[in-house]
Design a binder for this molecule. Structure first.
Ligand SMILES: Nc1ncnc2c1ncn2[C@@H]1O[C@H](COP(=O)(O)OP(=O)(O)OP(=O)(O)O)[C@@H](O)[C@H]1O
Length: 676
């Protein structure tokens, strides 16, 4: 490494001084050679986040020289960092110098010239000098290439507005612009490089996308001394799951078309840029007060490569929205997985509730077959899907979408027929969906600006309201039962039942105490904080006491050391997430037959088997594992049950397997009720 002495751009307090510019001779190594360069660093625009380091990067070998070709070709490098909507720029012109003679050539853009994954030492040094922490530049330099970090103290944190498996999301004010933004604080486990790489992939993908219906990453907050990282996004008031959960909200056909059209247009952009989202669901579809929908949460997204043999994980997409090919273990798939999830969303918007709320992979597949039909013989033969022999039903199920959703508009049914086709190649493309009669015939999609204005409504808000209701009810109950012993009667907040009958996994209000992170200007996680994760699954019934893990965690679990994985699990082994209630609003649309005997109208739940959980669980395939260690639910020890599917040995009968499976769940239900 060379040294980059940029201190001259800062005033005495280390704040960037716009009146200053810097002309320094520096050395840095590139392709194992030490380059001596003249650095001209200037700061323009409002860029208080630009902090240059005075740190020295030593390189013992100073004897190598730059070849004459390089001298002509790569004499100048321009690195342009821009953060947020305000176009803050710090320009560093590097003119390579050999043997004391400065050669100032034409500029070239680092981001354009260096491919992903090819961060020369010199660039990493520059990034650290520009304020990025080395734990990030070391493993994911290319994800932040050309950007400057924002500082935490240039934002005022207002309130917490959401949380996911990997993040806490806050509403905040950008003190430089006054704009309200959403800050997604990414959770890391001990700065594990694998976790950082996963987060970097999300950043890289977000930076690749630029469309009104896709959330835009506006910048990143971190600092050289910080262990935290926040992604800055436009603040969005609602998510589709939250809106659908409002008792007063009934979507009309033009409104459903408006939302689904925006979803498909955003997806079309993603797919055209080679990005598969792989986690389309209501809570990842954010909506602002102008009715604009933006696809968010690219944590599970992946880039399709030209390699036809690209192997992908099948453990993605939240269970209720997961297509059959993934449940059957496909590792080669494409855009059709997002189309399936979009079909689920379309039907959900008309039906007023999730249409296939399976609790395990087995049950999910069964629900799919019962609603959409089971695959043809030919499909089983040619697909060679890993779990095909296990899951193949003994008799053919026929598609009964039309009977089930007889109140849906015919054009919606016809589109659903495509989107929910069992065979992925029959789903068409996003473009063909957008050209379907559903969108091209009356009534047309309404204009987003004509959509009603709602108070902020997120899945998370509904969860908070449930939590408050529960607390009030618990307080009343404990007062009437044992007025003098309130505290001892109080149940652990994270394990109380919400008003819809769901388990809440966390105490939301004061789940963690925030401490100041002096370096980033933001509070840090509490001791042991990030381990209290919830899964990305949209809901779980109180009785479905089965471990769940989001696809991202599953995928991470595949790569991350087991230490990382286990530390990200909920302490008692449960990964539950409450789901707000959905109401059917198409009077006749009763499809309880496809919801199974367990899920009831408006109270569907999710349960996912331990197989999802990663390496350990994968060894348990084909088993039902009754865990020995007790877990605490409602303050009582219970025996955890992990359903590790497939639950049946090859050659078994799927119907028997499902019956047995149902029985196991019912037992868990009864047990949890008794305990409660
Ligand atoms: N830009 C935004 N504006 C407002 N709220 C947001 C924004 N981004 C995220 N949220 C809220 O925070 C929640 C969690 O965000 P996100 O889904 O990106 O996190 P995650 O950790 O990746 O979640 P998951 O567990 O689904 O993978 C969202 O469901 C949403 O309610």
């Amino acid at each position: 490494m060379g040294c980059l002495c940029s201190k001259g751009l800062l005033d005495e307090d280390g704040v960037p001084d716009r009146s200053k510019s810097l002309n320094r001779i520096v050395t840095f190594s590139q392709k194992d050679e030490v380059v001596t360069a003249i650095v001209t660093a200037t700061l323009s625009g409002n860029h208080s986040s630009a902090r240059f380091s005075s740190k020295r990067y030593e390189n013992s070998d100073t004897s190598s020289s730059v070849s004459s070709e390089e001298e002509e070709d790569s004499t100048a490098v321009q690195s342009t960092g821009h953060v947020g909507a305000h176009n803050r720029r710090a320009t560093v012109d590097v003119g390579a110098q050999k043997n004391g003679s400065s050669v100032m050539g034409s500029s070239r853009n680092i981001e354009g010239d260096l491919g992903i994954g090819s961060v020369p030492n010199g660039l990493a040094g520059e990034q650290v000098a520009a304020g990025w922490p080395s734990w990030l530049t070391d493993v994911a330099g290319e994800a932040i290439n050309g950007w400057l970090p924002r500082r935490g103290d240039s934002f005022e944190k207002l309130d917490k507005i959401g949380e996911g498996t990997y993040s806490h999301v806050f509403r905040a004010r950008d003190l430089e612009t006054g704009k309200i933004v959403a800050l997604k604080k990414v959770r890391f486990v001990n700065m594990d490089p694998e976790s950082v790489c996963f987060m970097a992939r999300e950043i890289r993908i977000l930076r690749r996308l630029d469309h009104p219906n896709v959330i835009k990453l506006e910048g990143i907050i971190t600092s050289r001394m910080s262990c935290n990282l926040y992604l800055i996004f436009e603040y969005m008031e609602h998510d589709l799951a939250g809106l659908a959960a409002r008792s007063s909200v009934r979507f009309t056909e033009p409104q459903v078309k408006c939302y689904v059209k925006q979803l498909l247009e955003g997806l079309d952009h993603c797919h055209s840029r080679g990005v598969l989202h792989r986690d389309i669901k209501g809570s990842n579809l954010l909506i602002n007060n102008s009715g604009i929908l933006r696809i968010a949460d690219f944590g599970l997204a992946t880039l399709l490569t030209v390699d036809p043999n690209q192997q992908l994980t099948s453990r993605v997409v939240t269970l209720w929205y997961r297509p059959p090919e993934l449940l059957l273990g496909a590792t080669e798939y494409g855009a059709a997985v997002d189309l399936w999830s979009s079909g689920c969303i379309l039907a959900e918007l008309f039906a007023g509730r999730p249409i296939m709320p399976g609790r395990t992979e087995v049950e999910q597949l069964h629900k799919i077959f019962k609603l959409c039909g089971s695959p043809s013989e030919e499909y089983w033969e040619k697909s060679k899907l890993p779990h095909a022999t296990i899951f193949k039903p003994q008799h053919q199920y026929r598609c009964c979408l039309t009977e089930t959703f007889k109140d849906f508009p015919p054009t919606a049914l016809s589109l659903l027929d495509h989107l929910l086709a069992i065979e992925p190649e029959k789903r068409g493309t996003v473009a063909s969906a957008l050209q379907s009669k559903f969108f091209t015939t009356m009534p047309f999609a309404c204009d987003p600006s004509s959509l009603p204005k709602y108070p902020p409504s997120k899945e998370y808000d509904a969860k908070l309201q449930d939590e408050a209701r529960r607390q009030r009810a618990a307080a009343r109950a404990s007062e009437s039962v044992r007025p003098h012993n309130r505290v001892s009667r109080a149940m652990p907040a994270q394990e109380r039942q919400n008003s819809h009958g769901y388990l809440n996994t966390k105490s939301i209000g004061k789940k963690y105490e925030e401490q100041d992170d002096a370096a980033s200007g933001f509070p840090m996680e509490p001791p042991g904080g990030p381990s209290q994760n919830v899964s990305s699954h949209p809901g779980i019934h109180p009785n479905a006491l089965v471990s769940t893990l989001s696809g991202r965690k599953q995928e991470q679990a595949r790569h991350a050391p087991s230490r990382t994985y286990s530390s990200m699990r909920v302490p008692n082994g449960l990964q539950l997430r409450p789901q707000t209630s959905y109401r059917p609003h198409l009077g006749g649309a009763d499809f309880s037959d496809i919801s199974g005997s367990f899920a009831t109208r408006g109270n569907a739940g999710s349960q996912q088997n331990q197989l999802d959980g990663g390496r350990h669980a994968e060894h348990k395939k084909n088993d039902i594992v009754i865990a020995k260690e007790p877990a605490q639910v409602y303050g009582h020890p219970i025996r955890r049950i992990h359903y590790s599917g497939p639950l049946m040995p090859p050659g078994g009968n799927m119907e028997d397997m499902l019956k047995e499976h149902e029985k196991q769940i019912q037992q868990a239900v009864r047990k949890s009720r008794k305990n409660f």
